[in-house]
Design a protein around this ligand. Structure first.
Ligand code: GLV
Ligand code: GLV
Length: 318
């Protein structure tokens, strides 16, 4: 039977879903080593992999039967797309299905940072809830503020739609200047410099590319408002994390909400000591509905390529 490797536990019955294939799966949440991955995939025709696994030229070239890789996630910066194309391997991801869940987490981080929820939770649990006070953990409103979105893709648009309900003024910056017809109502395209200087909240929803890597460094934090809050639900390396720690420590910006990190799963130890920061462990798409849907989408992609010999709509490297 044709072999499909599944590199980590998924929230569906993977053997039932891929019953026509010889499934070689890691049924645990423990990542497998690169060496083991290479060994497992050398006779595989399909792989369902996770976004923290590096699928490099070496793995691609040592898997001669490989036809399809379905990445459990939307960002594909972990895969060498050029080498995949050269090897004739179709790469699929999980767009659209995770848009709303990821946008909701971005919004949750923005609200949590604005209203200092994690500080409030810690204080309450530690029994240091003092008497009610007019200034205790005073945060900042979202209502009427300017939200800057860096990377207005589907997730950025979903965040913007939610922000309309908070009467936020929405500005965004993209790699490409969008056509007027593609502009979201109530939002305006601005230069990167304007995004930095005008926004009260910046939400990063961009993918990691050579152009977005370290787009936010000390210089950009200085250009932002002192009262501003930065949220990252894109990819960690878009921010220079050491510079961000400094900016948060010295009041260059007011706060941050982060779901992604420069060197996952390692999180900068100083970042963890900062009160004005809320941290989550890369859970943007993690709702029961969405994570099941993503697994189904990966399965469908593998079946589409291996059984029906067609490239699905979620093919990345056409
Ligand atoms: C999550 O980060 C994804 O790329 O799906
Ligand atoms: C707050 O709890 C208020 O009643 O103002």
């Amino acid at each position: 039977m044709r072999k499909v490797v599944v590199t980590r536990r998924l929230p569906i019955d993977i053997n039932e879903a891929l019953s026509d294939f010889d499934v070689d799966a890691n049924y645990t949440n423990e990542p497998i080593s690169n060496t083991r991955l290479k060994h497992l995939t050398n006779d595989a025709e399909g792989i369902i992999c996770m976004l923290d696994e590096k699928i490099d030229k070496n793995i691609l070239e040592s898997s001669p039967k490989l036809k399809v890789i379905a990445n459990y996630g939307v960002g594909v910066n972990n895969i060498d797309l050029v080498a995949a194309k050269a090897c004739g391997v179709t790469i699929c991801n999980t767009p659209d299905i995770l848009t709303r869940s990821t946008a909701e987490l971005g919004f949750a981080l923005m609200m949590a940072a604005a209203r200092r929820l994690s500080e409030g939770d810690r204080l309450t649990r530690l029994n240091i809830f003092p008497a009610w006070s007019s200034t205790l953990l005073s945060g900042t409103d979202l209502y009427g503020k300017t939200l800057g979105i860096f990377g207005m893709g589907e997730i950025g648009k979903a965040v913007a739609k939610m922000a309309i309900g908070f009467n936020m003024n929405i500005i965004f910056h993209n790699r490409r200047v969008p056509d007027a017809k593609n502009l979201l109502p109530n939002s305006n395209y601005v230069s990167f410099e304007e995004l930095l200087s005008e926004s009260d909240f910046i939400v990063i929803t961009a993918p990691l590319t050579p152009e977005t890597k370290h787009k936010f460094t000390a210089k950009e934090f200085i250009a932002m408002k002192k009262s501003s809050i930065l949220v990252n639900i894109g990819r960690g390396p878009i921010i220079n994390e050491a510079d961000l720690v400094n900016a948060l420590k010295t009041g260059v910006i007011a706060g941050a909400g982060l779901d992604v990190y420069e060197d996952e799963p390692i999180v900068n130890s100083e970042l963890k000591t900062l009160e004005n920061t809320i941290l989550t462990p890369h859970i943007g798409s993690s709702t029961i509905e969405t994570r099941k849907g993503m697994a189904k989408m990966c399965v469908d992609s593998v079946i589409s390529v291996l059984k029906n010999n067609t490239k699905p709509h979620n093919t990345v490297n056409i």
